[in-house]
Design a protein around this ligand. Sequence first.
Ligand SMILES: [Zn+2]
Length: 129
Amino acid sequence: MNYKTCTKCDTTFEATSENFRPRKERQNKLRTVCRNCEKNKQKEYRSTPQYKAYQKEYHSTYGKIRRTRKDYKNFQRRWQKTYREKINNLEQRKMHALIYSKKRRANIQLNRQQILNEFLEDMKKRKQQ
Ligand SMILES: [Zn+2]
């Protein structure tokens, strides 16, 4: 049996996919961080104000769209492309300022409305075809 030590918590586990997530690019390779640590990291990220703000933005926009599975997928794709990427690229502090400063909040609202409008336009076009 092979063993592998997590680079984050320094714990040694059996080198199986139960303890380490496989790497997407190479099927036989496992990640260097154990599943426990990945779980904790996710949890940490989900409790940040950044993530909560993102979720809030997402749901308040998505809430305005009719909920069919196909529409949802399209919407999600577009949203992630135009909004999430932009936000992920910002440093955390910058993003915090972006969401919470009053001056910029208006801009966010505008962008959100734009994304929504574009999406609704697309839906209309698809229906007409
Ligand atoms: Zn670990």
